[in-house]
Design a protein around this ligand. Structure first.
Ligand code: ADP
Ligand code: TRP
Length: 335
């Protein structure tokens, strides 16, 4: 049997380069080869944005971006997490065998608890359980995500295996983080810190529909070495970040040139950024056009979501019937 692919993105902002290279690029390849489910994680967004101003608008935007960037609703299943009540039901059941200690140790929980001390809600704590339910509801095995999601995938394996063991069934496969290249991707931000993210702020992030002017401005302002270029050949974090970004869009000879300049201690970061901005614009331009076009012609987006929900529920129902039967609950009608 072919492996099942599942992945989701939270509707907490416009898609950016990190989403594209970390996750989306793999969606495009996988939809051609596997039974694939790509959803919008709208429940998950409540863990950090409990009262989203315009949730419907944000969700439609991600659907539009999914379609504009090349997902084909006939080749894969595109749906909203909240259109699948079966996910919530599986989440509830998995929660019974998820332990406080292991949930408290999850890095993303600790990080969020630090950044939103006034809202350390139970949804945040059980975020990995809901994510496991998202994947296991389709018995997903391949999960295209960026490097930051590795630990969540490990938890999904733990919860799936635990269920199998506890109820002596062989229901859930072991979901693995997946990237078409050998390693999972982490796209850095522009301000010298960690990963590019929707929540990291404007200056850090390049959106896929960034205007040419803003794109250039953001890159020219990106943090590089302050003062003299280092002569020891070792790149600072901020400089490494710039080289990582070049790796995504620049030709190998351009990268070699700047590497050599850096090694010789004569690199001019203004030149590097100018080149990066140019190559980034070449990459972003067609994506920007496609997103702008799809958003303006969005009559079909609701239809796409409804069609996807129907397909996704077929798969989810099958799993929940087995889960209920395994535990000993009565079957319920799901029509
Ligand atoms: P964000 O982190 O911007 O809020 P999400 O958490 O919704 O975005 O992430 C959606 C997908 O994009 C996930 O698979 C995640 O691993 C990937 N992703 C997000 N940011 C990056 C990044 N900077 N580098 C690589 N992958 C990323
Ligand atoms: N946690 C993921 C992120 O922040 C989003 C997500 C939710 C997800 N459920 C998922 C990704 C299931 C893959 C599979 O990026």
């Amino acid at each position: 049997m072919k492996e099942i692919v599942v992945s989701g993105i939270r509707p907490t902002g416009k898609l950016h380069l990190g989403n594209y290279f970390g996750a989306f690029k793999n969606f495009l390849t996988l939809q051609e080869q596997f039974d694939s489910y790509f959803f919008i994680a709208d429940y998950h967004s409540l863990t950090t944005h409990p009262t989203p101003g315009d949730l419907r608008g944000s969700v439609r935007r991600v659907i539009a971006e999914y379609i504009a960037l090349g997902l084909d609703p006939e080749k894969c299943t595109v749906y909203l997490q909240s259109d699948l009540p079966e996910t919530a039901e599986l989440y509830l059941i998995l929660n019974m065998n998820a332990y406080l200690g292991e949930l408290e140790r999850v890095t993303s929980f600790k990080e969020k608890a630090r950044t939103q001390p006034n809202n350390i809600n139970a949804g945040l704590l059980t975020y990995p359980v809901l994510m496991a339910a998202d994947i296991l509801i389709h018995r997903g095995a391949k999960v295209p995500v960026g490097k930051d999601q590795e630990q969540h995938l490990e938890m999904a394996r733990t919860f799936g295996n635990r269920f199998n063991r506890l109820y002596e069934v062989d229901l859930f496969p072991e979901p693995m983080a997946f990237s078409m290249g050998e390693s999972l991707v982490k796209v850095p931000g522009l301000t010298g810190g960690g990963k590019m993210s929707k929540s990291a702020g404007e200056a850090d992030t390049i959106y896929l529909d960034e205007s040419p002017e803003t794109l250039k401005k953001k890159i020219m302002k990106a943090v590089s070495d302050s003062g003299e270029a280092s002569t020891d050949g070792i790149k600072s974090q901020a400089v490494q970040n710039l080289f990582d970004l070049m790796g995504l869009v620049c030709k190998p000879d351009v990268i070699s040139f700047f590497n050599e300049e850096h090694a010789q201690g004569r690199i001019r970061y203004g030149d590097l950024k100018k080149q990066l901005a140019e190559d980034m614009e070449t990459f972003v331009a067609p994506l920007r056009d496609a997103i702008t076009y799809t958003l303006a012609n969005d009559k079909k987006l609701d239809e796409i979501a409804a069609y996807g929900a129907e397909k996704a529920r077929k798969s989810a129902k099958k799993t929940m019937d087995i889960v209920r039967d395994t535990i000993g609950f009565k079957q319920i009608s799901r029509d």
